[in-house]
Design a protein around this ligand. Structure first.
Ligand SMILES: *[C@@H]1O[C@H](CO)[C@@H](O)[C@H](O)[C@H]1NC(C)=O
Ligand SMILES: *[C@@H]1O[C@H](CO)[C@@H](O)[C@H](O)[C@H]1NC(C)=O
Length: 253
């Protein structure tokens, strides 16, 4: 014998077994993905940003390398992403974002449904930064004006990888089909991945026009137009008087 007492051998194989089980389960599903979402800039045109970290601590981002990340962002009625702007950004290789359905950017918030936009990016490192330009919709004026609260929820996070490496992970999650990227109409199979949100929920307060102001403004506008017209009529009248007394201008002479 090599001095391997049967109990010790059993213990060692036990440890080896447990370690590999631990490894496999870590491989199969401890994604440990974290995201910080923020709304930058001021005013009616803003920048929705996403900072995403994959397995930061335990150095396992190889699991995600060369995979494609797809965010499915729902925007509330008061906020939209402009499809024309997104297609320009895609053409210039700035961001790869695509509206899920047609988006009517003219509609006021009260008449618009929430919309969905995909933002897609390849994972190169353990960290990915993504962004989406968003705009406030016009809100129908109310008496008293005020603000509306538009809550932007965290997106759903999907992955697709060039090989089968995610097959054994998250078996319960059914693959979902949607666009592969913005450059083709082709659809790909994606898998939803759980993650932790590391930021506060985003609430964008958008000012609503005040109907009281509008009525004052309309009365003011009407007055200006009326006075202006009176002034014009008076001027035309005076001009006519002058020209009719001018003998050189008299068509009859
Ligand atoms: C939005 O923010 C990101 C990250 O800070 C930046 O790279 C991008 O240029 C910004 N976009 C706009 C339109 O400001
Ligand atoms: C978009 O997806 C299609 C289908 O998978 C692929 O052939 C094409 O190379 C992709 N384009 C970009 C720019 O990633």
């Amino acid at each position: 014998m090599l001095g391997c007492n049967q109990n010790i051998c059993l213990l060692i194989s036990c440890i080896v077994f447990l370690t590999s089980v631990h490894y496999l389960s870590a491989y199969s599903c401890e994604f440990n993905v974290r995201m910080k979402q923020a709304l930058k800039n001021e005013g009616f045109h803003r920048n929705l940003t996403y900072g995403i970290i994959f397995n930061g601590e335990d150095d396992q981002c190889w699991l995600f390398k060369d995979c494609i990340l797809g965010l499915e962002q729902v925007l509330p009625s008061g906020v939209y992403a402009n499809p024309d702007e997104l297609s320009t950004l895609r053409r210039n290789n700035k961001i790869n974002a695509i509206p899920k359905h047609q988006v009517n950017i003219e509609l006021p918030a009260e008449k618009s449904p929430p919309t969905v936009t995909y933002v897609i990016e390849k994972i190169q490192d353990c960290k990915v930064y993504m962004w989406l330009p968003v705009h406030a919709r016009y809100h129908i004026a109310l008496y008293g004006g005020g603000m509306t609260r538009n809550k932007i929820d965290p997106p759903k996070l999907y992955l697709r990888c060039p090989d089968q490496r995610l097959e054994m992970c998250n078996k319960a999650a059914k693959p979902v089909n949607f666009l592969c990227n913005g450059s083709s109409k082709e659809k790909c199979s994606w898998k939803e991945i759980p993650y932790s949100v590391m930021s506060d929920s985003i609430v964008w307060k958008i000012p609503v026009g005040d109907m009281d102001h509008y009525s004052k403004i309309s009365v003011g506008t009407a007055l200006v137009i009326a006075i202006g017209s009176l002034y014009l009529i008076k001027a035309i009248h005076e001009h006519k008087l002058i020209t009719s007394f001018n003998p050189f201008n008299n068509p009859l002479s």
